[in-house]
Design a protein around this ligand. Structure first.
Ligand SMILES: Nc1ncnc2c1ncn2[C@@H]1O[C@H](COP(=O)(O)OP(=O)(O)OP(=O)(O)O)[C@@H](O)[C@H]1O
Ligand SMILES: [Mg+2]
Length: 288
């Protein structure tokens, strides 16, 4: 599956959240989108998944339907099909708290069933096998019968990724998937996303708060500023000066305190989720 984003924009009234953005996504890439708060990262991902409707522009997708399709124009059944192919993971996990891990993940198989079966929550042995395998890959099988609200944040995010996997997506969009996690869990989750990308060839686009996480895990970094793309390239091509520009470091007025949030995102190399710096999570996602 390949994506071609063409002149995509989203305005909320007078505010242009995403402004005339264009880029291609070849199959199988892992892309990190960085930028300071309000840069338009979430809005961009939400448009690709069609949780938000673009104001203008096109999102061309190849290799999902029988012919290339502009996702921005999809409606009804085809829109539901696209959403199934384009799984999304959120900062706040979005599991159903009172349901078990197993049911939370099984429910993502619904798009593969006719309405009545779905309403009755009648799942097939294949659905169950998919679910168990996905939970195994995220090292969460032993929690299958626990309620989602009994899990830690890191465990919930692993369940959310398992839920995304059983959709059998071609692309996985993750909006700040580790922003609510401690370092250890953040590493487990990023390792899992990387492995899914490598082993299954699923394209991953991930909004990331910390520059260093994007550098450690992604093939490509897209830097956004005020709704526009100001950098698109390999992590090794992202200079310090460019990173400062993306985050607007040092642009606060003279005498003003630095924006803590920006300073952290830009400088937190010591506390980042570096796979190299944190070995020992190798068991994640190895099964299957
Ligand atoms: N539903 C909405 N209605 C009005 N304005 C919105 C809406 N969603 C986003 N915005 C505005 O659009 C701009 C981009 O928001 P967006 O959430 O995409 O930024 P972001 O880069 O994801 O930021 P963060 O790092 O804080 O998550 C912001 O100015 C935001 O206030
Ligand atoms: Mg956001």
């Amino acid at each position: 599956m390949a994506l071609k984003i063409e002149k995509l924009s989203k305005a909320f009234g007078d505010l242009v959240a995403v402004n005339d953005v264009s880029f291609d996504v070849p199959a199988g890439q892992m892309i990190g989108i960085i930028g300071r708060s309000g840069a338009g990262k979430s809005t961009l991902l939400r448009m690709i998944n069609r949780l938000a409707d673009p104001t203008s522009g096109r999102i061309l997708v190849e290799g999902v339907f029988d012919a290339p399709v502009d996702v921005a124009k999809l409606k009804g059944k085809r829109l539901r099909q696209w959403r199934a192919q384009c799984a999304m993971v959120f900062q706040q996990f979005n599991l159903v708290p009172r349901l078990t891990v197993m049911t939370n993940v099984l429910m993502a198989r619904i798009s593969y069933h006719p309405t009545l079966r779905s309403l009755l929550l009648l799942f097939t042995p294949k659905d169950r096998a998919f679910t168990i395998r996905a939970l195994q890959r995220l090292d969460m099988v032993s929690h299958a019968l626990h309620r989602a609200d009994e899990l830690s944040g890191g465990q919930q995010q692993r369940v959310a990724i398992a839920r995304a996997l059983v959709q059998e997506p071609k692309i996985l969009l993750a909006d700040e998937p580790i922003a609510s996690l401690d370092l250890r869990n953040a590493t487990i989750v990023m390792d899992a996303l990387r492995r899914i990308n490598r082993e299954d060839g699923i394209t991953v686009i991930c909004n990331l708060h910390l520059l260093q996480t994007a550098k450690d895990y992604c093939d490509r970094i897209i830097g956004m500023r005020k709704g526009e793309i100001v950098f698109d390239g390999k992590p090794s091509d992202l200079s310090d000066a460019m990173a400062r520009e993306i985050y607007g470091v040092g642009e606060h007025g003279a005498g003003e305190p630095a924006d803590d949030d920006v300073e952290l995102a830009f400088t937190a190399t010591q506390t980042s989720t570096s796979a190299a710096a944190e070995p020992g999570h190798e068991k994640v996602a190895k099964v299957g």
